[in-house]
Design a binder for this molecule. Structure first.
Ligand code: AMP
Length: 492
């Protein structure tokens, strides 16, 4: 079991993008390939697609970005109108081909392919049990555990019952695109922790982590897959069936998807991420607005927040100017994946360069979505002061991150998190800001139009919606409650 209390948690976090498509009579590989491009921000370590042509699977899975993992022949070689795809997020120390997905298994009653976004909290238990029953594992990831458990259940029951049984055994976050022979399924965990949605294209249906992937292939978002729901796409592309397999007492949607991870142009659980971020920015002004000459985003993560903040400031009569004072070199990768602190610091400087005229002699409010280790904000406050800023006030569009994420976001260990053992005032001093303020948890729930209790805020409260060894839970019923088992027919 993972335990981050001592800062040692280094388990596989699967912060990934998944997609699946079932089309009438054209190959699914190309639309899947385009939609993986749209989900590239969710994972840059590996990319893969597995299709099924009615007789057999075809698979191409490689390390690297989508554009590097596939060439035209690779995509053209993936025959079949059904398929699933995956992009995997890099986690320090586990750049490992055995974890690249989709994961495939062949067994007596057919073939399975599985793409997973999320993180199970009891995969070790199930792995040991299945290993005792003779299952051989090739990776240390939890996706393989789901695949084996499902394959085992499929030997004894039909597809829907088998998925239901597996869902009753696995705990944690999971949004899955699954292909059983040529049938594509989407499954979302009972708390709806990670996003998953369903969309329609001219000749079929798709499931995807984010709606931006559906837009990219000229499709239309139908709706979010509901927490605890299984959707089964018809192999002829004509429709899908919905089965509410597990009811849970409350959802636990990850608020951080909206704050940082998802694309601003995606709609998640009914909210356009861009609008949520602007609203978070407006709330930030309401809670801790300060009059300065300029309001400036940390690109790109702080942009929507800063525009909402500046708008609220102007609405309230503050004479602030909204300015882009930091220019981003878009060819530098995310600082987060730099293995050492020294490299992380260098990367911030490589990535962002100030425009002196917007800063010199001015008081500045610098806005970002979050502070993790504090590297970015420390460097940027220094940079703006070196450029002649008279004062730099930092405003953050989320509450302080005080604890690790066990449910799919690679967030650093507790030890590395600057807010895990410092007050806001101490952090302000550490990053040398003239003032620092974060957004309250209530303001986050307000911007999401959600009840605070329907969100997973483990990283900012240290209390999780699942039972995790050594950690607190904020739920009375932290394991899924399984319902009696009737399945609904097709719906919207
Ligand atoms: P840090 O420099 O460690 O404080 O990280 C803060 C910066 O990283 C902010 O600009 C965030 O937008 C970004 N960030 C926040 N969470 C993550 C994450 N899980 N992975 C990568 N970057 C992140």
């Amino acid at each position: 079991m993972p335990d981050g209390r001592d800062g040692s948690f280094d388990g596989p976090t699967e912060k990934c993008g998944v997609v699946g498509a079932s089309l009438a009579d054209r190959d699914a590989a190309r639309p899947l390939y385009y939609s993986l491009y749209a989900l590239q921000h969710r994972g840059q370590e590996s990319a893969g697609i597995v299709t099924h042509d009615g007789f057999q699977q075809h698979s191409h899975v490689e390390m690297g970005l989508v554009g590097d993992a596939f060439d035209t022949d690779d995509v053209d070689g993936l025959a079949g109108s059904a398929g699933i795809g995956h992009v995997r997020y890099p986690t320090a120390g586990s750049v490992d081909e055995s974890c690249a997905q989709p994961f495939t298994v062949s067994f007596k009653s057919g073939s399975l392919a599985l793409s997973h976004n999320g993180n199970l909290v009891n995969s070790e238990e199930i792995r040991e049990e299945l290993a005792g029953l003779g299952h051989a594992f090739t990776s240390d990831g939890d996706t393989e555990v789901i695949a084996h458990d499902l394959a085992r259940n499929l030997l004894e029951s039909d597809l829907v019952r088998a998925v239901k049984r597996t869902m009753s055994r696995i705990h944690g976050s999971y949004s899955l695109a699954i292909m059983h022979d040529d049938t594509v399924l989407g499954v979302r965990d009972p708390a709806g922790n990670r996003p998953l949605c369903i969309g329609t294209v001219e000749d079929g249906y798709v499931v995807a982590s984010e709606s931006a992937a559906i837009d990219t292939i000229d499709g239309e978002l139908v709706r979010d897959v509901r927490p605890g729901e299984l959707v089964v796409l018809h192999p002829d592309g004509e429709g899908f069936d919905s089965y509410q397999l597990v009811e849970r007492d409350r959802p636990a949607h990850c608020f951080f998807e909206h704050v940082y991870f998802a694309r601003p142009d995606s709609v998640i659980d009914g909210n356009l991420v861009y609008e949520v971020r602007r609203e978070l920015g407006r709330n930030l002004w309401e809670e801790s607005g300060i009059d300065t000459d300029v309001v400036m985003p940390v690109p790109d993560s702080g942009r929507a927040f800063a525009s909402g903040y500046a708008e609220a400031a102007q609405d309230n009569g503050a004479g602030v100017e909204f300015a882009e004072g930091l220019m981003k070199n878009r060819y530098v990768g995310r600082t987060f994946i730099m293995p050492t602190q020294d490299e992380r610091e260098r990367a911030v400087r490589l990535k962002l360069n100030p425009i002196k005229s917007t800063v010199e002699g001015k008081t500045v409010t610098l806005i970002d979505d979050s502070i993790v280790r504090g590297t970015t904000s420390t460097q940027l406050v220094q940079l703006l002061k070196d450029c002649g800023a008279e004062a730099v006030h930092m405003r953050i569009g989320a509450p302080p991150i005080v604890a690790p994420c066990y449910l799919g976001i690679d967030m650093a260990t507790r030890e590395e998190l600057i807010a895990s053992d410092k007050s806001v005032e101490e952090i302000g001093d550490a990053i040398d800001a003239d003032s620092l303020a974060y957004l309250s948890r209530e303001a986050v729930a307000d911007a999401l139009g959600a009840d605070r209790g329907d969100l997973c805020m483990g990283c900012v409260t240290g209390e999780y919606p699942y039972e995790i060894d050594g950690e607190e839970t904020d739920r009375e019923v932290s394991r899924p409650v399984i319902d009696g088992g009737s399945s609904a027919g097709a719906d919207d």
